[in-house]
Design a protein around this ligand. Structure first.
Ligand SMILES: [Zn+2]
Length: 160
């Protein structure tokens, strides 16, 4: 059921049966106009795009169509190639896998500041001892023929 759909019969308000192994998704998710272009640029050209608001100078990474502060329209013609380098703004260690099982080696997730915006992603080729806020990192992209137009087209960020 989509957000705009409305049930008219209470029998339609069912719960998900946890005995079913797959969650029943009936709708297609889209990344929206801005997200679509952001992921296409990442897939086709290996570029990370941001958008900057002329009024309040905020930069968004990934690029957006509207400024969340002043609602200014951020025209696509003005989007910026912000490069693939940034610095660690924050990070955390993951000790459990998605299924809840303990991981042999913890993985590291980081908020990476790129041109004033923030992107959340994995870190790789990085030892925990050398990790620090402000560390410069660069996106390690998958080979073009393996990219699918998602954030997973970036394998991880690694120290410069
Ligand atoms: Zn603005």
């Amino acid at each position: 059921m989509g957000l705009m759909e409305k049930n008219s019969r209470n029998i339609d308000n069912r719960y998900w049966n946890p005995g079913i192994k797959a969650f029943p998704v009936k709708n297609v998710y889209t990344a929206g106009v801005a997200g679509q272009r952001f992921f296409e640029e990442l897939k086709e050209n290996g570029k990370i795009y941001g958008s900057k608001c002329d009024r309040c100078s905020l930069t968004y990474v990934p690029a957006r169509l509207y400024c969340e502060k002043c609602f200014n329209h951020l025209e696509e013609e003005k989007w910026l190639d912000v490069g693939t380098e940034g610095e660690i703004y924050s990070y955390t260690f993951l000790y459990r896998a998605k299924n809840g099982e303990p991981k042999e080696e913890p993985s590291i997730m980081a908020a990476i500041r790129i041109a004033g915006g923030l992107l959340i992603h994995r870190l790789g080729e990085c030892s925990p001892e050398n990790l620090k806020i402000g560390l410069l990192v660069k996106a390690e992209l998958k080979p073009k023929d393996q990219r699918k137009g998602s954030i997973e087209d970036i394998s991880y960020f690694k120290p410069l």
